[in-house]
Design a protein around this ligand. Structure first.
Ligand code: PHE
Length: 344
C-alpha cells in the first residue's frame, strides 16, 4: 500500500509538472484527492490493515496528500503569474507612439469680429447690452422718432409678427431700452451687438438676417467731435493706424445731424481702385448726434443731456478687413471658409 501511494504521488507530481493551465490542475486535484479520487480509493482499503500498519500508512497517506496539495498550489501560483504577465504584455501601452491629434474647433469669424469690436469699446469704457430680437413697434420705431406711417420706415423693410410686434430691423431699440433703464438720470456708454432682420433678398451683399453693433453715449456736453474722435480711434485700431476717416452728411430719423463714415481704401491707399469704386473711400458705418426727441422719449432732458449714437455691421467690417466677398459665407458654415480664420 505504501508503494501504491508513493507511485500515485509520483504520477501526480509528474502531471502537475506538465500542466499548462489552471483547469488541468483542477482536474488533477479531483482525480487524486477528490471523493472518488485515487488516493481516497487507496485509503478506503485501510480497514483491511493490521493495527500496527494503520498509523504508518496513515502517515504516508497524509504526507502524500500534503505533497500533492502543495505542488498544486505552487504550480497554480506559477500559472497565474504567467497568465498575468501575458495579459500585461498584451495590454501594454507604447508611450512613445505619437498621440492622436485633437480636432480643436475655434470661434466663428463673426463671433471673433464681434468680440474684437466689443473689446475695443470696453477699453473705452463702454458696457455691453443686449435686447430682444422680437421687438415692439414702439421700441423699434416710435421711440426712435419714427412714428407710424413715417416714410423713413420704408428704409427698413420689416418682418411683422402682429401689428405691434416685429423682428427688430436694427439694434437701435436697445438705445431706447437703455435710456429707459437709466431713467433719464445716469450718463452712460454702451454698445449692443445682436441679430437683426430685414425683408431683403439674399445675395452677395444682402441677407435677411445679419448682425449689427450699436453704440450710444449719453452725458452732459457730448459733442460731434467726441463721436468723430471715438470712431477715428475705433477705425484705426480695427483697420490700421494708417487709415483715415471722413464723415459725410446723411439721414437717420433718430440722429441729427446724421453722418456716414468712410475709411480710406486700404487696397489703393485712397488713390482710387475697383474695390473702393474709384473713390478712395469705403463706407463702414452710420451715426450722428441723438435727436432731441429721442432723448426726450428716453426720459433725458435734451436741454441738459446730449449724446451720440452709431451703428455698424460686423459682417461688413469683417468683409473689408479680411477680403470676404460674399456675406452668405458667414451663415453657410463651410468649414473650409471658417477654418482660415481660426487663430492657432
Ligand atoms: N440703425 C441704423 C441702421 O440700421 C444705424 C444707425 C445707428 C445710425 C445709430 C445712426 C445711429 O441703419
Amino acid at each position: 500500500m505504501k508503494e501504491q501511494l508513493e507511485k500515485l504521488q509520483q504520477d501526480a507530481l509528474a502531471q502537475i509538472n506538465a500542466a499548462e493551465e489552471l483547469k488541468e490542475l483542477q482536474d488533477i486535484r479531483v482525480a487524486y484527492l477528490g471523493k472518488k479520487g485515487s488516493i481516497t480509493g487507496v485509503l478506503k482499503g485501510m480497514g483491511k490493515l493490521s493495527p500496527e500498519e494503520r498509523p504508518v500508512i496513515g502517515e504516508v497517506a497524509n504526507k502524500v496528500r500534503n505533497t500533492i496539495t502543495d505542488a498544486i498550489e505552487e504550480k497554480s501560483q506559477k500559472l497565474e503569474e504567467i497568465a498575468l504577465n501575458k495579459q500585461l504584455e498584451a495590454e501594454a501601452i507604447d508611450v512613445t507612439l505619437p498621440g492622436r491629434k485633437v480636432q480643436a474647433g475655434g470661434p466663428h469669424l463673426l463671433t471673433s469680429i464681434v468680440e474684437e469690436i466689443e473689446d475695443l469699446f470696453i477699453g473705452m469704457g463702454y458696457e455691453v447690452k443686449e435686447g430682444p430680437e422680437v421687438e415692439t413697434d414702439y421700441f423699434n420705431f416710435e421711440a426712435l422718432n419714427l412714428p407710424k406711417d413715417h416714410p423713413a420706415r420704408d428704409m427698413q423693410d420689416s418682418f411683422y409678427i402682429t401689428n405691434e410686434l416685429l423682428l427688430r430691423t436694427h439694434t437701435s431699440p436697445v438705445q431706447a431700452r437703455t435710456m429707459k433703464e437709466y431713467k433719464g438720470e445716469k450718463p452712460f456708454k454702451m454698445i449692443c451687438p445682436g441679430k437683426v432682420y430685414r425683408r431683403d433678398s439674399d445675395d452677395a451683399t444682402h441677407s435677411h438676417q445679419f448682425t449689427q453693433i450699436e453704440g450710444l453715449f449719453i452725458d452732459k456736453k457730448v459733442r460731434m467731435s467726441d463721436l468723430k474722435g471715438t470712431l477715428n480711434a475705433f477705425a484705426k485700431k480695427m483697420f490700421g493706424e494708417d487709415r483715415n476717416i471722413r464723415m459725410r452728411p446723411s439721414f437717420f430719423p433718430f440722429t441729427e445731424p446724421s453722418v456716414e463714415m468712410d475709411i480710406s481704401c486700404k487696397v489703393c491707399n485712397g488713390e482710387g481702385c475697383s474695390v473702393c469704386k474709384h473713390t478712395g473711400w469705403i463706407e463702414i458705418l452710420g451715426g450722428g448726434m441723438v435727436h432731441p426727441k429721442v432723448l426726450e422719449m428716453g426720459g433725458y432732458d435734451p436741454k441738459v443731456y446730449s449724446g451720440f449714437a452709431f451703428g455698424m455691421g460686423p459682417e461688413r467690417i469683417a468683409m473689408l478687413k479680411y477680403g470676404v466677398s460674399d456675406i452668405r459665407s458667414f451663415y453657410t458654415n463651410d468649414i473650409r471658409f471658417l477654418k482660415q480664420y481660426h487663430q492657432a
